[in-house]
Design a protein around this ligand. Sequence first.
Ligand code: A3P
Length: 293
Amino acid sequence: MDSVSRPELFDFHGVAMTHFFTDNWENIQNFQARSDDIVIATYPKAGTTWVSYILDLLYFGKTAPERQTTIPIYERVPFLEICVPGLDSGKDLADKLPTSPRLIKTHLPVQFMPKSFWENNSKIIYVARNAKDNMVSFFHFDRMNGLQPEAGEWNNYFQRFLEGKVVFGSWYDHVNGWWKKKQTHSNLHYMFYEDLIEDTGREIDKLCSFLGLSPSAEEKTNVTRGVQFDNMKKDKMANYSTLQVLDFKVSPFLRKGKVGDWKNHFTVSQNEAFDEDYKKKMRDPTLKFRTEI
Ligand code: A3P
C-alpha cells in the first residue's frame, strides 16, 4: 500500500464522506450485481465483520474450510466502496470473487446503493446497532484507523456523531433509511446487534430462513461456536490484525463486543443530551433499539 494520510471529511450529496469511499464512485454506481449476491449492509461498527463471518461459514464452512485459515475476512467479503491507493479497490475485489454466492460488504446509506442490486433483487442483510454503543465503537475505531479522520477528544466526537459529521454520515439517517426500504423490499433482512448478542443461534436461524439455507445441527453448532467473540478475536484471519493501517497499540479491532459499553464513556449530562436529541430524530415508533439487554 502507498503511504496514506488521514483524510478530511466533506459533504457528499448530503452525507459526510472521505475520498477513500468516493474516489471510485462511478465504478461503484455501475457495479454489476448478480441475483445470487449477498450483501451485508451496515453503518460502520454495527457488527459487519461478525455477520460477514457467519455468512462465510454458512456458505463455505463445509465446502471450503481452508478459506477460514488462509484468506482474511476483508478479502473473503470485499468492502465495495473502498478505494485506497496501492490496493485493489473493493469493487475490483468483488468483481474477481470466484465464489457463488459472492458475499459483499457495504456501509453505503440506502440512497447510494448501486441500482443493479435492486434490479437483480440481490439479497441484502442490514445489521443495526444501538447508537450509543455504535458511537463508542466508532470512536475507538477512528482512533486506531489511519484511513479515518482523527477521532479527537471524546466530548468533541460525541457532538460530531450527533450531527452526523462522521464517515458515512448520520447514524440516524442510515438506520432509518434502510428500515424504510425494508417496508417495500422483501429481499432485505434487517437485524440487530443486540439480538445477536442475546441469542446468536436464534438469529442465525432467522438468517438461514431468510436465505433459504437449512444447515445440519452439526453445521449450525460449528457456525455458532466459530463466530463467538473470543474465537474471532484470536483468529488472525478474522480480527483484522493483518491490516497495516490499523494501530492495535491504540485499540484492537474486536474491542469489547458487548451491549452497554456506552455507560463507561457517556457522562450523565451527555446521556441526557443524547436522549433528548434522540427523541427528536427517531420518530418512527416501529424502529426500536435496545441500549442494554
Ligand atoms: P466494539 O468496538 O464495541 O467491541 P464492524 O465489524 O461493523 O466494524 O463492528 C465492529 C464491532 O463489532 C466491534 O464492537 C466488535 O468487537 C464487534 N464484534 C465483532 N465480532 C463480534 C462477535 N463475534 N461478537 C460480538 N461482537 C463482535
